[in-house]
Design a protein around this ligand. Structure first.
Ligand SMILES: *Cc1c(COP(=O)(O)O)cnc(C)c1O
Length: 511
């Protein structure tokens, strides 16, 4: 309720529900306006912390402030100073996007504020979690009968899976006895030199240690080399180490490669080694027919993570962790103190038993809304369109004499660089020393090109250092990205490439 001067009156309790609805409409208006004009603003304006503290910092507010003032500050000072991950021209890291059904469901979920720890503490939340997990398993080709749980991020999902893998090593019993001060072999985790840093983080937290993450070299297409994996395990066994798990990646971070799961799974099976598949970004591309045809079989993983907050248009944070070794996750994480004991309910799942999290938000609702709003076929069409846009850009880049794609992904990720044709021709014939010199110059030019592109506000991309050198990574997959957005990006690259190179040749002379 407001006082006579229109200001929010200090009183106990929450806002009046009618005020809530009125303010809610204003927030929805802001969101509508945001999306209707999103192409008019740069993806990122790189404000400095100093600038933002000056703009946003204040003394701890003593008195209640009227909501319009808070909303105005948010509109004018906060919104313009975030990086617009929902911008159709955001192609950095992994393009993620929150769709409208996901945004609305998130609002409703916070209104209900269900704590989805036990079946009894939120029956419909628990059942919907089981249902959406089954639907998504079906989408990516993982067994629908597997255990699953929604967690907050693939990094944590991989950590939980590897904790379960550690507990399934026969005779180790780390859950009860711990690792320190015991005569047990040093545990080893195998993954490729392209795997995500979350594997290392899991090794840190699990007491395995960074030294015991064995980075197996990848091949020329950046896929883990199974024959080298086999050798590494064999030599570790001889050396008295305890192989614990293999982590394969479908959709690597630098170039979007997919490890050969069938050969890797065969090696794991022969040694009874746990195979965890990190399909955080790559998994949902299986929905697109073109990808599915040649896709790796994710069901080969004993456990698997895939991120609806990456490619399934769900707002952050929601990751599916699946485990086909049934009961392995609860065997690691079930610990029920007396105050949480409830009478067992047939078919009802207590999801607190599947990870470290006790209090859990109602993440299933947004997925239920998104999948029902677009349908499996609608999701397939959207993902297929992103794949088409990626192929379009890749073809355009490859056909241009001054650009190239040094690496290729089966998914919607394009790694490209500017490499002027005269230098490219010279490079082909050059001595190793001269090759290295040209390579360094091309790296620098592309770093500058990326900076110019991102500074232009036209699009926002990121980079990777791969064996060929510095590449600009363009990840595609935002639900609002269109062919016109891709053309704008490609026009900008073609315009900026020669400009940047020309300036560099002018100042530095011939390289
Ligand atoms: C994004 C990503 C991760 C990390 O996921 P979070 O949900 O941010 O923790 C891990 N592995 C791969 C391959 C990824 O693409």
């Amino acid at each position: 309720m407001r006082g006579e001067d229109g200001r929010f009156e200090d009183r106990l309790g929450d806002w009046d529900p009618r005020d809530f609805e009125a303010h809610g409409r204003e927030v929805l208006g802001l969101i509508r306006d945001y999306f209707e004009h999103i192409r008019d603003v740069p993806v990122d304006r790189s404000p400095t912390p100093e600038e933002l503290f000056a703009l946003l910092d204040s003394e701890l507010p003593e008195k209640a402030e009227p909501f319009p003032a808070i909303l105005d500050d948010t509109r004018e000072k906060v919104v313009p100073n975030v990086t617009h991950w929902n911008h159709p021209a955001f192609h950095a890291y992994f393009s993620i996007s929150s769709s409208f059904p996901g945004i609305l469901a998130e609002t409703l979920a916070s209104a209900l504020n269900v704590n989805a720890m036990l079946y009894r503490s939120g029956p419909a939340a628990s059942v919907l979690e089981s249902i959406v997990l089954r639907w998504m398993a079906e989408m990516v080709g993982y067994p629908a009968s597997a255990d699953g749980v929604l967690v907050n991020g693939a990094s944590l999902g991989t950590f939980y899976a590897l904790a379960a893998a550690r507990d399934s090593v026969p005779g180790l019993d780390v859950r009860e006895k711990g690792l320190a001060g015991r005569d047990v072999p040093r545990l080893r985790i195998y993954t490729s030199d392209q795997a995500h840093s979350s594997v290392d983080k899991a090794a840190i937290a699990l007491g395995v240690g960074l030294e015991n993450v064995v980075r197996v070299p990848s091949d020329e297409a950046y896929r883990l080399r199974p024959e080298l994996l086999k050798e590494a395990i064999k030599s570790d066994l001889k050396g008295g180490f305890g192989p614990m798990a293999v982590v394969a990646t479908v959709g690597t971070t630098s170039v979007g490669a997919a490890d050969p799961l069938e050969e890797i799974a065969k090696i794991c099976r022969a040694r009874d080694l746990w195979l965890h598949v990190d399909a955080a970004w790559g998994g949902f591309w299986n929905l697109a027919a073109e990808v599915r045809e040649h896709a790796e079989d994710l069901s080969l993983g004993d456990s698997m993570v895939v991120n609806p907050h990456k490619c399934l248009y769900a707002p952050l944070e929601v990751t599916c962790l699946y485990c086909r070794r049934c009961d392995a996750l609860p065997n690691t994480f079930r610990l029920v103190p007396d105050y949480l004991k409830t009478s067992p309910e047939d078919g009802g799942v207590d999801y607190m038993n599947y990870s470290l999290q006790l209090g859990r938000s109602f993440r299933a609702l947004k997925l239920w809304w998104i999948i029902r709003s677009f349908g499996r076929a609608g999701l397939e069409r959207r993902l297929a369109e992103s794949i088409r846009l990626a192929r379009w850009l890749e073809d355009a880049v490859s056909a241009h004499p001054d650009f190239e794609c040094p690496a290729s992904s089966p998914f919607a990720l394009v790694c490209l660089r500017y490499f002027p044709r005269d230098l490219r021709a010279e490079w082909e014939r050059a001595t190793p020393e001269r090759k290295a010199g040209i390579g360094r110059w091309v790296d620098e030019i592309n770093a500058e090109l990326l900076e110019e592109l991102n500074g232009s506000g036209i699009a926002f991309a990121s980079h990777a250092m791969i064996r060929e050198g510095y590449v600009i990574r363009v990840a595609i997959g935002n639900i609002r990205t269109t062919e016109a957005d891709m053309k704008r990006l490609w026009d900008a690259l073609r315009r900026l490439g020669p400009t940047v190179a020309h300036a560099s040749r002018e100042t530095e002379g011939t390289i």
